[in-house]
Design a protein around this ligand. Structure first.
Ligand SMILES: Cc1cc2nc3c(=O)[nH]c(=O)nc-3n(C[C@H](O)[C@H](O)[C@H](O)COP(=O)(O)OP(=O)(O)OC[C@H]3O[C@@H](n4cnc5c(N)ncnc54)[C@H](O)[C@@H]3O)c2cc1C
Length: 465
């Protein structure tokens, strides 16, 4: 590896090409700054591009049409409740107050096409989540890339940022490796890039960094699978900490409580687990053949309840539930992750459950749906939910996977990175999953993309001043 002296300069360097980094790049370029986005992989998009693209926002026309009353204040209360009060209130306020505008920015300014529906996920008190037509974060990434091309902002791929450079405390650039190949090392050149205005860190979470995540939560060793891409690692977070950034709440790592142990990665199962079972179905423990949890509680409580069973559990719904949910399950069915059964007896037998006990559990759940009150676990019964009695019955094994890292560097509402001595580090901004404080102990579904867009755009605007 050869070392080359300082050879290029820009106003703003952005580390990472996910939702947060690209949102920051658009705003900074719109404000007139020269910008370079550095991405270690050979394709842009990070975890963002494999996400479902679901974004949460209150006070939209979709909610109005569905007769849903919502507000930034209600979304704030939901996020604080799920976060167990550990969220930084001013950051939650910034995100919830900016949520509607960020959603409209993605739709009207960037041109992302959303489905004409609004969904509820566990822990939200009302439906406020919007999904792109193709149920993929790639819809947003593609539109962000189109806009950046129009703005002549280069996305430099295969550039691994090794370290931040400081001059009398101010962050003035990065040391990087050009020609980086994640799976094929050998042709790298070391370079230096200086930033006249600022460096924005948007390097994502550390869900795939087994050593780093296990140091925060010893349960999350290599036997725990992850929904993340394998390169979601902590090197830039550690570099920020090295220069004095305050790391906050790193041990709050979210497990997705709707993933299948019968496939790797995020897979096809969550579409059934998260979007169909949790709102319209039930989860049984195959050992007791009974329910054990409010399926619509937040992700943290649900994942912990499943982990306590010490074995995969069974998510179940019927044809009516699938129809009401209105999602195309052909992928999880074709993969064999979700299976169908003509009767509840057959379903029970397939998962080694006692048929009469499991059928009694389904019947008791059906009574809760009909009365509108779940006396056992206080699951909110949605008005369009019906009893599970129309075959075929659908089922999937569920076991949590590492999904999101709530902790990261401390930032303020201007996206400035805060030093451990509680002052902003000059020249350093951050946004997205590499930061901590917005979600506290638990992120609600669809709130990460809202956060990435709101805080990424703020970082870009502020850094360009
Ligand atoms: C499968 C899946 C589904 C999800 N679905 C949703 C959803 O529907 N709604 C929702 O709100 N949230 C969802 N999430 C969470 C959400 O997608 C992420 O929190 C969000 O995309 C993170 O965006 P980001 O810009 O912070 O980071 P990322 O999108 O991960 O981008 C970070 C980028 O930085 C690059 N990078 C890192 N280190 C370096 C380095 N040293 N040098 C150069 N580049 C570097 C990475 O390669 C990566 O491309 C999902 C997450 C996953 C994994």
């Amino acid at each position: 590896m050869s070392s080359v002296a300082l050879n290029f300069e820009t106003d703003i360097i952005i580390i990472g090409s996910g939702f947060a980094g690209l949102a920051a790049a658009i705003e900074a370029a719109e404000a007139g700054a020269s910008v370079q986005v550095l991405e270690k992989m050979m394709a842009p998009g990070g975890n963002s591009i494999i996400s479902d693209g679901g974004i949460a926002a209150p006070g939209t026309s979709y909610q109005e049409a569905a007769g849903i009353s919502d507000s930034p204040e209600l979304m704030y209360q939901d996020m604080i409740a799920a976060g167990q009060g550990l969220n930084y209130p001013d950051l939650v306020k910034t995100v919830t107050e900016g949520a509607r505008e960020a959603f409209l920015w993605s739709r009207d300014y960037l041109g992302v096409k959303y489905k004409n529906r609004v969904d509820i996920f566990g822990g939200h008190s009302v439906a406020r989540c919007y999904t792109p037509e193709d149920v993929s974060g790639s819809a947003l990434i593609k539109r962000q890339l189109v806009r950046l091309k129009e703005l002549h902002v280069p996305i430099r791929l295969g550039i691994f940022v090794e370290s931040l450079i400081q001059d009398e405390g101010r962050v003035t650039g990065v040391r990087l490796i050009e020609g980086y190949r994640y799976s094929k090392p050998g042709h790298e050149i070391q370079q230096t890039l200086t930033a006249a205005k600022a460096v924005i860190v948007a390097s994502g979470g550390f869900g795939s960094d087994v050593a780093f995540r296990q140091a925060q939560d010893p349960r999350l060793g290599s036997s725990m699978l992850s929904t993340n891409k394998p390169f979601a690692t902590a090197e830039i977070l550690k570099e920020c900490i090295r220069i004095g950034a305050n790391p906050i709440q790193l041990s709050h790592i979210q497990l997705g409580p709707w993933t299948s142990p019968d496939e790797i990665g995020f897979g096809a199962g969550p579409l059934f687990g998260d979007y169909v079972v949790l709102p319209y179905g039930l989860i049984l423990d195959p050992e007791t053949c009974n329910r054990f949890v409010n399926e619509l509680t937040d992700r943290s409580l649900l994942a912990e309840a499943i982990l306590r069973r010490k074995h995969p559990v069974i998510g179940i719904t019927d044809e009516a539930g699938v129809h009401t949910a209105g999602w195309d399950l052909s992928r999880p069915l074709a993969k064999g992750v979700v299976k169908t059964y003509d009767t509840l007896d057959e379903l029970a037998e397939a998962y080694g459950m006692d048929p009469s006990t499991s059928k009694a559990a389904v019947e008791r759940f059906n009574c809760s749906i009909e009365s509108g009150i779940d006396e056992d676990f206080q699951k909110p019964i949605l008005k369009e939910a019906g009893p599970l009695n129309r075959p075929p019955f659908y089922a999937m094994r569920i076991w949590p996977k590492v999904h999101h890292t709530m902790g990261g560097v401390q930032i303020d509402t201007s996206a400035r990175v805060i030093h451990r001595d509680q002052y902003p580090i000059p020249g350093l901004y951050a946004a997205g999953e590499v930061t901590g404080g917005v979600h506290g102990a638990c992120r609600l579904g669809s709130c990460a993309i809202t956060e990435c867009l709101v805080m990424g755009r703020i970082a870009g605007r502020k850094a360009a001043i």
